[in-house]
Design a protein around this ligand. Structure first.
Ligand code: ZN
Length: 157
């Protein structure tokens, strides 16, 4: 369970990350923030290159995870994601599988509307705006995860 302070810090960090989004062609900014078990908050932003297809884009969620894991941080408590859209937007399919690799299925994910600050001028305590908080497992049901490699197998052929 996130404290209201953790929630507030995580949402603010997602806003800060969105400011650094590299999306000159799509004009679609995305920011993400991860709360680690250590208490650290790791920010990530969308990096959308001119070649948008193939590997030309790295989403904010994966940027944050790569930054964290690169620094040896592998235990996460919560994730927040914000775009420029005035409603909650959830992570893409690639990111969901990437999150699955490193995060608990029970981890809360905060989907923050782009106009959250305008709708909640007094901060997150002001009725929580319209942030959608969802357990990660609900974004990726029946997922394939690291533990699946440990399941019993038939005899080798
Ligand atoms: Zn993504």
């Amino acid at each position: 369970m996130l404290s209201s302070e953790q929630r507030s810090q995580l949402i603010s960090a997602a806003f800060e990350a969105r400011e650094k989004s590299y999306s000159p062609y799509s004009k679609f900014r995305v920011g993400a923030s991860l709360l680690a078990a250590t208490g650290q908050i790791i920010k990530g932003q969308m990096l959308r290159m001119l070649a948008m297809v193939g590997g030309g884009t790295i989403c904010a969620e994966r940027t944050a995870l790569v930054k964290a894991v690169s620094d040896g941080i592998k235990d996460f408590v919560a994730l927040a994601v914000i775009t420029d859209v005035n409603s909650a937007v959830s992570p893409c399919g690639i990111c969901r599988q990437f999150i699955r690799e490193f995060c608990s299925l029970k981890m809360p994910v905060l989907l923050v509307p782009g106009d959250y600050k305008e709708k909640s001028p007094n901060g997150p305590e002001d009725g929580s705006g319209k942030v959608v908080e969802i357990e990660f497992e609900k974004l990726l049901p029946l997922s394939f995860g690291p533990g699946d490699l440990e399941l019993p197998r038939g005899p080798p052929e």
